[in-house]
Design a protein around this ligand. Sequence first.
Ligand SMILES: Cc1cc2nc3c(=O)[nH]c(=O)nc-3n(C[C@H](O)[C@H](O)[C@H](O)COP(=O)(O)OP(=O)(O)OC[C@H]3O[C@@H](n4cnc5c(N)ncnc54)[C@H](O)[C@@H]3O)c2cc1C
Length: 430
Amino acid sequence: MSTITARNWSNWSGFVRAEPKLVAAPTDAGELADLVRTAPGPLRVAGAGHSFTPLVASQGSIVSLEKIEGLVSHDVQSHRARVRAGTRLGPLMHILQGLGQGLPNMGDIDRQAIGGALGTATHGSGLTLGAYHTRLETVQIVDGRGELREFDRTRDQDMIHAMGVALGAFGILTEVTLNNIATYRLRRRKWVLPIADMLRDFEMMMAAHRSAEFYYIPFSGYAQFIASDLSDANPTTRPTDDDEAGLATLRKLSRGLRRLPWLRRSLIRGAVKKVPAEDYVQDWLNVYASDRQTKFNEMEYHLPFEEGPKVITQIIELTEKHFPEVYFPMEVRSVAPDMFWLSPFYKRLTCSIAIHHDAANDPEPFMRAAEPIFRRHGGRPHWGKMHSLKAADFKKLYPRWDDAMAVRRDIDPENRFVSPYMAGLFGIGR
Ligand SMILES: Cc1cc2nc3c(=O)[nH]c(=O)nc-3n(C[C@H](O)[C@H](O)[C@H](O)COP(=O)(O)OP(=O)(O)OC[C@H]3O[C@@H](n4cnc5c(N)ncnc54)[C@H](O)[C@@H]3O)c2cc1C
């Protein structure tokens, strides 16, 4: 095990910082269990630190599972794979491909640990595709007393539904079994269209593909639509990712032309209209993820699907009237309903809307102004992205909230995993 004392910890964007007494990376479940029993509390587990909320922050101990990673076992017939929870999605994709398996869907990046992705209901896009946690078959955890426990979907369905989205508060995941599918190939197409057309045909366009999503480019009036569908065709070359170059142009225009909004709009529109369409076929693992180098902070709300176009329109108006510094595209996706008690997709077909703000500047005025719009339309926040909600709000948004809290108390009766931030989320100590 490696342990470090009094090291500064920060998340990917640099917005969340902590000075824990101890940072530890155990190498197996036994070492992890010892830490849970003895390390200074509160004890928070870190995946890859890609959440924007202070879920991982602790003044006690931060435990990384980076050394508890890799494949445990797999089943050829059922396409199931049991993996250690610290495995990053990038290596996981390659392990699964080697077994003839595929993750049915993915988000925008492959840097997260599987335990971290499960912890906040990380998702991709697709009306019939659920978030990562919907593939859970078994979970093995170290609970708040330092005991190893195992739950299985067929035997312990309620426990799996309670703990599938668990924010690092329902024990520390050590191993999970994922119910994957046979490896597959996707045809991915991207093209630009006026946002008015996109919103008019929203339902039809989001439903017309296995996976569909779009980015609205602020101050342009245009969106870039991305559609992925299963394909048997031979692979073709994936075009070079030019997202970073595009962002650099948008940032330059936003800084240089803030006082000339009409010129900014006209130049952005001209540039966006020239973005070439893309059309390629690749194995699933070469399609979903992109490299994100420009640091940002993010808020994402999950809304009832039909609320999507209204909310998108209002967020665009807000951005373009009051926040000229915003240049990151707004991302719009859909997610299938599920039965997990703390899942933002609980029993609800979802339209997810994500807004971003350059990490070099204070994101809070923009996020504070946008959040009431999301909330007025029944939004549930992404657990790993900026929001200001507390236990009383969640209780209204999650029908099984009290049941989930009862399971949490059973798993962690002494609140070993409860930091001040988590206490606010769960309403502990009030
Ligand atoms: C550039 C970027 C792109 C992103 N794209 C997407 C996207 O496309 N879709 C999406 O939904 N989200 C996206 N996110 C958000 C991100 O997927 C989530 O915040 C995710 O939880 C981060 O995973 P992580 O491994 O970094 O976990 P962390 O942020 O380190 O931890 C997240 C939570 O999981 C818990 N946790 C971690 N490991 C374990 C474990 N072993 N056992 C129990 N609990 C654990 C932590 O305690 C914490 O509560 C993105 C974030 C960034 C920075």
